[in-house]
Design a protein around this ligand. Sequence first.
Ligand code: FES
Length: 108
Amino acid sequence: MHEIAMAERTALCQVDTLEPGEMVRVEVAGEDPLLLINDAGVFRLLDDDCTHAIASLSEGRLDGNILSCPLHGGSFDIRTGKAKSLPCKQALRTHKVIVESGMVYFEG
Ligand code: FES
């Protein structure tokens, strides 16, 4: 017998509670902390923990598509999760976001 894994949705926030250019750390049961970003109307979801050391990227700075870590200033491209500057080398994981009926959902 084959088991089919069903994707589960978790509501993260209402679309209009996160303005373009804003980001927030969100918690989803069973997941590492996540970072939800309103990228000029496109919602992006990445790991919130920096891949270099221990820092919450939600406390960092967003300049366009580049997210800088508050601790040592390494940076990531929020569209891909790829590390853009040292000391960060390892990419952030990106996650699937669904926007439906005015709500933003994590689907995993
Ligand atoms: Fe993020 Fe060092 S902890 S750059």
